[in-house]
Ligand binder design. Structure first.
Ligand code: F6P
Length: 319
């Protein structure tokens, strides 16, 4: 291959820029040209291309967001849009594509591969919900942002003896809630993967109050329910005022952690190798510290599993 392209798609994640940089630098190392595609699949369809040289990806390794912008483009599910995108890439002499995004973004990559255009996926999402890999780019940074926010909320919760419900992102996955709740010592953690009883949270609150504890943190993943709704239910049950904080998009921003930058570098380099080895239709991931690759289909045909041993642990540590 002499020319490949790279795009970012779906919700942005810190470390996407580091991955773009790794793709460009690794490809240039092998004297392969790289075209950046702006605005994800929409840009692929509309030909928003720009040749990326080594210098063009300088000074981005530390930046959050994505230099190539990201977009959600549901039209790309249609065959005619995919054929058009392939035509555009061929006109530019592009022979392979790296897609950085979540499992939703992988679907388009697989469909292009099935139509004869080799694509490789790099998992980039704060949700950590791509099946086949233990970690996605952006999760570690988002996690640290969330933990930092919970710590700050705890400061004021302690001073005013308040109970807080903190709603975190994650879509249908509980990873952000689980890991941040554990890291910040939350009293209760609610994740979509496990059912919960309001009564159980109430018992924990009452048990804490009985031993003199006057503040509490409850983490709820957005995939379980709205934080305000949960707070209302708890208020009705306990008669105590419960504050709510919805962390929102702050979780998607910020400079990527060292861990996310290194992961992005490893993933980006392996993705380019796969294309150069003519192995389209693969996704890169990490398992037991090793970079692996696997069938792209696995990423959206199987279901992500959160590490539920952490859930049991949180129950034991927050008695
Ligand atoms: O997938 C990343 C994510 O931030 C999810 O955690 C969240 O549910 C979703 O994107 C929000 O997307 P949007 O910014 O399009 O509302």
């Amino acid at each position: 291959m002499k020319k490949i392209a790279v795009l970012t798609s779906g919700g942005d994640a810190p470390g996407m820029n580091a991955a773009i940089r790794a793709v460009v630098r690794k490809a240039r190392f092998h004297e392969v040209d790289v075209v950046g595609v702006y605005h994800g699949y929409e840009g692929l369809y509309n030909g928003k291309f720009e040749l990326l040289d080594i210098g063009s990806v300088g000074d981005i390794i530390q930046r959050g967001g994505t230099k190539l912008y990201s977009a959600r483009f549901p039209e790309f599910k249609q065959d005619e849009f995919q054929y058009k995108a392939i035509e555009r890439m061929k006109e530019e002499g592009i022979e392979g594509l790296v897609v950085i995004g979540g499992d939703g973004s992988y679907r388009g990559a697989m469909q292009l591969t099935e139509k004869g255009f080799p694509c490789v996926g790099i998992p980039g999402t704060i949700d950590n919900d791509v099946p086949g890999t233990e970690y996605t780019i952006g999760f570690d940074t988002a996690l640290n942002t969330v933990v930092d926010s919970i710590d700050k909320i705890r400061d004021t919760a302690t001073s005013h003896e308040n109970t807080f419900v903190i709603e975190v992102m994650g879509r249908d996955a509980g990873d952000i809630a689980l890991w941040s709740g554990l890291a910040a010592g939350a009293e209760s953690i609610l994740i979509p993967e496990e059912s919960f009883e309001i009564e159980d949270i109430v018992i924990r609150l009452e048990r804490g109050a009985a031993r003199g504890k006057r503040h509490s943190i409850i983490i709820v993943a957005e995939g379980v329910m709205n934080g305000h709704k949960l707070a209302k239910q708890l208020e009705e049950r306990t008669g105590v005022k419960i504050r709510t904080s919805v962390l929102g998009h702050i979780q998607r921003g910020g400079s990527p952690s060292a861990r996310d930058r290194v992961l992005a570098g490893r993933f980006g380099a392996r993705a380019v190798e796969l294309l150069l080895e003519n192995k389209g239709g693969r996704a890169v991931g990490v398992k037991n510290h090793e970079v692996i690759d696997y069938d792209l289909r696995e990423a959206f045909e199987t279901k992500h599993k959160a590490d539920l041993s952490l859930y049991s642990l949180s129950k034991e540590l927050s008695i």
